[in-house]
Design a protein around this ligand. Structure first.
Ligand code: SAM
Length: 666
């Protein structure tokens, strides 16, 4: 059973106060009303999510922030009489009833009114007068009102409503030419005939259907004069995007890389992806990476992959003998992420580029992630066996208590609850510390191999903590993972000397600044992008990637077979939809301060952004794959492919094993 009181408290703190809602009465009321009592059965666990939720009759309960924003804008005060149009679940009416003397609320769907009445009775909120009907004409018998709040969007503000406002009264309503895309307007009645109008920003509400709103079949009601129309904006956001974007040429065209030269001054360029299975993202990152290596001195490619697996590719591109451990790389789920035709072609190009250069000038390919615990342990031991057999003996004993669970590391979390894992933790930490202390000594003997073993030792230490934390809570485990990736990146940069420069390939969720998304704002999750900004400031460049539709390589669940699924077209209230509506098929948008400020400013308010990982569940997409973000704060640039195609995995049976296909063979 979720701790609703805590979730409510966090919602008030993060989603409301954290975003500038300051009216103590609103914060108090929203901290009091149990939102979980107003959502549909089965949706309680999502009640305090930063989003609207579906309710019965195909309607929605508004996002908590929007409820707070509207009630604050309506400046509801004790002793007042308030009208709400579109009572829906009854939640907003309940919130206002905690402040005002009387709330009158109208809902056009009778089943919703009935459900809402039941909830309000159960809670003992008796100052709400609820009825079924068309609220677009207000509730003349109960007028005048000190505040009117419309929770559905109309083409205009009906004169029938403004006439029911008391002098000094406030009306807040979404208004727009499109049925589900409006601007939130506030009208204050200054005198019998005078009104002040304010524009509170862009919103997405269900339509106000009725005599003074929209008709059922999508047309503006003919009875409504066009008073208080939305002020016409010169451009939509999508039009501004279309003008600001720089179209992307073919991947093979050198002009593709030129576009990214402006970011080459950074020490770290992080390249994202909005799924783990779209070919265009890999090919774009390959083109940008090759340019940064060839022209701008980048020599480290660090990817969201396991260190020991990536080491196979690294040794191949740098023309070194394969690592001693013989297990072929990237055979475990999700193998398609790195065993696909796009990665193969990038690795071949990198090798070719390297072969034309002296060893010390070659670019390397490294893994930042910490999943492959067992291979890492083996790699550390192999290394120590070779360079320090005595240390290997000690490490073997220390790692001994981890190894039994290493094949199924999640199980280690369970064991950690009942056994004294601390002994083990101390052991692996000590092994890592000793390796670091001996760094100079080992580096003299074999620099490159040391870096490999050091990475593995850190991985073992962090993976131990990660798998233990996975059992306790997701934020901690996510943070351990991303902190591990960041530490590994820093260690690669340190090893490369003061002028070392790195390119990172990882999912948008890792490389976009988490502190500007729901991850950081609500769940205390950080990520490698945020840590890079904190460490390197403007010398970190974060580039996000996105798509509207197409196909994607993914799975139904962890360890399930790869499938190619269709990506559902993006939601209307998402950044992706704005990009799609720009009509530009593939582009790069520079989001840095001072470049396209008017557009940047209009993109700042949080909207939905889609995240598809190795698992994709289109059936529950809104809840499992979208989160609220502020893209101009999350990224320095955004790369867009309106339609993407699934990667082509390298299937083992279609390739012969052996030296000639290393490292992609069996
Ligand atoms: N305030 C609601 C809550 O807290 O759950 C959210 C309501 S939802 C965003 C908007 C509601 O407006 C829907 O339930 C819809 O049926 C209702 N609606 C649309 N047109 C209406 C009209 N003309 N009169 C009354 N209700 C209307």
């Amino acid at each position: 059973m979720p701790d609703f009181a805590y979730a409510r408290h966090r919602m008030v703190e993060r989603q409301l106060a954290g975003r500038g809602i300051a009216d103590a009465r609103v914060l108090g009321a929203m901290g009091e009303v149990p939102r979980e009592a107003f959502v549909s059965e089965g949706m309680e666990e999502f009640a305090y999510e930063d989003s609207p939720l579906p309710i019965e009759a195909g309607q929605t309960i508004s996002q908590p922030y929007i409820v707070g924003l509207m009630v604050e804008a309506a400046a509801v005060r004790p002793g007042e009489r308030v009208l709400e149009i579109g009572a829906g679940s009854g939640y907003a009416a309940a919130v206002m009833s905690r402040i005002a003397a009387d709330v009158y609320a109208i809902e056009r769907h009778e089943p919703l009114t009935r459900l809402a009445q039941g909830r309000l009775d159960k809670l003992g909120y008796h100052n709400i007068h609820l009825k079924t009907g068309d609220g677009s004409g207000g509730w003349p018998d109960a007028a005048p009102f000190d505040a009117i709040v419309a929770a559905a969007g109309g083409p205009t503000v009906p004169e029938r409503l403004t006439s029911q406002l008391a002098i000094g009264g406030r009306l807040v309503m979404p208004v727009g030419d499109e049925q589900r895309h409006q601007r939130l307007l506030k009208l204050t009645r200054l005198s019998e005939a005078e009104f002040k109008q304010e524009d509170l920003g862009e919103v997405f509400f269900v339509p106000l259907i009725g005599e003074h709103g929209w008709t059922e079949d999508d047309r503006r009601s003919p009875s409504e004069p066009r008073s208080f129309r939305e002020p016409q904006r010169p451009d939509t956001i999508s039009e501004l995007i279309a003008r600001a974007t720089e179209p992307l040429p073919d991947f093979e065209d050198p002009a593709f890389g030129y576009l990214f030269d402006r970011f080459a001054g950074a020490k770290v360029v992080l390249l994202g992806e909005s799924s783990h299975g779209a070919s265009e993202f890999y090919r774009a990152r390959a083109a940008i990476t090759k340019r940064l290596i060839d022209r701008h001195g980048f020599r480290i490619v660090a990817v969201e992959a396991d260190w020991p697996d990536a080491a196979h590719f690294d040794r191949y591109v740098r023309d070194l003998p394969p690592p001693k451990h013989d297990e072929p790389p990237f055979r475990r789920f999700p193998a398609w992420m790195w065993r696909n035709t796009d990665v193969e072609s990038f690795i071949e190009d990198l090798r070719e580029w390297n072969l034309a250069r002296p060893e010390q000038d070659r670019a390397g390919f490294y893994g930042l992630d910490l999943y492959n615990l067992s291979a890492s342990i083996r790699a550390v031991l192999d290394y120590l066996d070779r360079v320090d057999p005595e240390a290997a003996g000690i490490a073997r004993t220390r790692y001994g208590c981890l190894t039994p669970w290493a094949k199924e590391p999640q199980a280690y979390g369970r064991m950690a609850l009942s056994r004294g894992y601390r002994d083990c933790e101390e052991g692996v930490v000590k092994t890592l510390t000793e390796m670091l202390q001996k760094r100079r000594q080992y580096a003299r003997a074999d620099g490159a191999a040391f870096l490999d073993a050091e990475g593995n030792a850190r991985l073992v230490k962090n993976a131990e903590a990660y798998y233990r934390a996975m059992y306790y809570g997701s934020a901690e485990s996510w943070n351990l993972r991303d902190t591990h990736m960041f530490e590994t990146l820093c260690s690669l940069l340190d090893a490369g000397g003061p002028n070392a420069k790195a390119i990172v390939w990882a999912h948008n969720s890792h490389i976009g600044d988490a502190s500007k998304t729901e991850m950081g704002l609500e769940r205390d999750e950080l990520n490698i992008g945020q840590l890079c900004r904190e460490r390197f400031g403007r010398d970190a460049c974060l580039i996000g990637f996105g798509t509207h539709t197409g196909t994607v390589a993914c799975a139904d669940d962890w360890d399930e077979p790869m499938q190619v699924k269709r990506v559902t077209p993006s939601l209307p209230d998402s950044y992706e939809r704005l990009a799609h509506d720009s009509g530009v098929g593939r582009f790069m948008l520079d989001l840095r301060d001072g470049v396209h400020d008017p557009l940047r400013h209009r993109l700042l308010a949080p909207r939905l952004e889609r995240f598809i990982g190795v698992i994709y569940r289109p059936e529950t997409e809104r809840w499992s794959h979208y989160a609220a973000c502020s893209i101009p704060q999350q990224f320095d640039a955004y790369v867009w492919f309106d339609e993407t195609t699934a990667v082509t995995p390298l299937l083992s049976e279609t390739r012969s094993g052996g030296e000639e296909t290393y490292p992609f063979g069996l």
